[in-house]
Design a protein around this ligand. Structure first.
Ligand SMILES: NC(=O)c1ccc[n+]([C@@H]2O[C@H](COP(=O)([O-])OP(=O)(O)OC[C@H]3O[C@@H](n4cnc5c(N)ncnc54)[C@H](OP(=O)(O)O)[C@@H]3O)[C@@H](O)[C@H]2O)c1
Length: 432
């Protein structure tokens, strides 16, 4: 260890933490040349000291309580890769920033929930807080928004932000199997957690989107304000119908600025036209589409999770730290982040996909059409499947542009019709 070595404390030795160690061990000289100083792990922490993690940890000091790294004067920075929006991750990051110790984290839940306060501490103390790995793993989207696209006013940032959901939807399309079948397979292959709630209910994607919205539009992240729907209700039939209509279903995080300055922010399954670049992003891949006034439209695509890609983003942040990058965490100082006015159902205009299950009785189509007409919704295309007087049949339709509030109102009325069974499945058509 030389005097100009940059020494880090690594809190968390799971998928990402072990990946960071592997990269720093494998590419020590190359990273030193690029950063201008050697980067070395000095201290490590996790819950279970005895666990074999498949890497040699003998050179590192074990720290029982990760928070202590914040006050260790030998450390130049701490890396938080434990996870969780509160608990030890929050106390380590908070204490480190107060102690003017730079922080790198991969923790999207932490940044989505406490990002404003933590970035405020970072501003006040002049201590960098970096979180490239928190959004879309190996895709350098935070850097792109903070630096590469910084000369643009953005109109929209949206994309596929959860690899588990993308894998499930891709497999459903390829094999025609239903959601639960494919989820089980994804769990067996390690693409989905034993408790998949965060992924399939859209929460993980929403954490990431709230960070992108803040960076893209200069607004305070506001996770509770987000509209979130996951993919549990997407059926094999929906995927087939979408394909027949020329679309693919993707779980999208969408942030876009409306003409009146309000911002739409939602995570929900959407129908993407087959010709759109996002439609071709399959399996566990993530992609972020950015639309800016001078740059036009760009798509960043890659692996959104996994040991190598995520750890690679953490190491890139460390190299930036060593080089002296001290830009504000969200692209502008926290005091300059504005409180967004979020768009509501009355503001959002889109084409929609509606899937109804109806009893095949005379008059049902006329009743549905009348309700849609009363709510100013006009139909663009319609598919009716099956003829069976005893079983519900599917009616699928797409609409011309309509207000979300009108669609919500119409669907609530349609659901009350005696011929309609269950709630209509509604998804937006993405044409941007
Ligand atoms: N995995 C990915 O692909 C990925 C992608 C992007 C972002 N991230 C983010 O990166 C972070 C880490 O993810 P991961 O997949 O590496 O998680 P993981 O495999 O579950 O590892 C978590 C590590 O943190 C340690 N830990 C947990 N609670 C602790 C506590 N109270 N005190 C001390 N250590 C504690 C665990 O210790 P033990 O091993 O001893 O139990 C484990 O080593 C999360 O914020 C995650 O959202 C992960």
């Amino acid at each position: 260890m030389t005097a100009d070595t940059f020494r880090i404390g690594l809190a968390g030795l799971g998928t990402v933490g072990v990946g960071v160690i592997k990269i720093l061990q494998t590419h020590a000289d190359m990273i030193a040349a690029r950063a201008g100083r050697k980067i070395e792990v000095l201290a490590i922490s996790a819950r279970d000291q005895g666990r074999d993690r498949g890497v040699d940890l003998s050179a590192y000091e074990w720290t029982e309580n990760p928070e202590r790294m914040a006050g260790d004067p030998r450390l130049d920075a701490v890396v938080e890769v434990m996870g969780g929006s509160d608990g030890p991750a929050l106390s380590l990051v908070e204490t480190a920033l107060k102690a003017r110790k730079p922080v790198v984290t991969a923790n999207k839940a932490l940044i989505a929930t406490h990002g404003v306060r933590l970035a405020g501490l970072s501003d006040q103390t002049g201590t960098p807080l970096k979180f490239e790995a928190a959004v879309a793993g190996g895709i350098p989207v935070i850097k792109a928004l903070r630096e590469s696209f910084a000369g643009n006013r953005l109109n929209a940032v949206y994309g596929i932000l959860n690899g588990t959901c993308n894998y499930i939807l891709t497999e459903m399309r390829r094999t025609g199997r239903n959601f639960l079948d494919v989820l089980e397979e994804a769990q067996a292959k390690g693409y989905a957690e034993a408790d998949p709630t965060f992924d399939i209910d859209g929460i993980d994607a929403a954490h990431k989107l709230s960070i992108l919205t803040a960076l893209g539009f200069g607004v305070k992240p506001d996770f509770p304000a987000m509209k979130i729907a996951g993919i549990r209700h997407v059926s094999a039939g929906d995927i087939d119908h979408a394909a027949e209509l020329g679309y693919r279903i993707k779980l999208l995080g969408v942030a876009r600025r409306l003409d009146d300055g309000k911002i739409v922010q939602s995570v929900e399954p959407c129908l993407v036209p087959e010709g759109h670049p996002l439609a071709a992003v399959d399996d566990v891949f993530n992609a972020v589409f950015v639309d800016g006034d001078f740059m036009g439209k760009e798509m960043l695509v890659g692996r959104g999770a996994g040991e190598g890609p995520t750890a690679s983003a953490v190491v890139a942040d460390l190299i930036d730290l060593v080089r002296g990058d001290r830009g504000p965490s969200f692209g502008v100082p926290v005091d300059d982040l504005v409180t967004a006015t979020w768009a509501g159902p009355a503001d959002i205009i889109s084409g929609f996909y509606l899937h109804l299950n109806v009893l095949d009785k005379p008059g049902v189509l006329a009743a549905v059409s009348a309700i849609l007409r009363d709510y100013n919704v006009s139909v663009e295309a319609m598919i009716q499947r099956g003829r069976n007087p005893d079983q519900p049949v599917s009616i699928v339709l797409t609409t011309h542009e309509a207000r979300q509030a009108d669609i919500d109102g119409a669907c609530a009325e349609i659901a009350k019709l005696p011929q309609v069974t269950g709630s209509p499945c509604v998804m937006k058509l993405i044409e941007i």
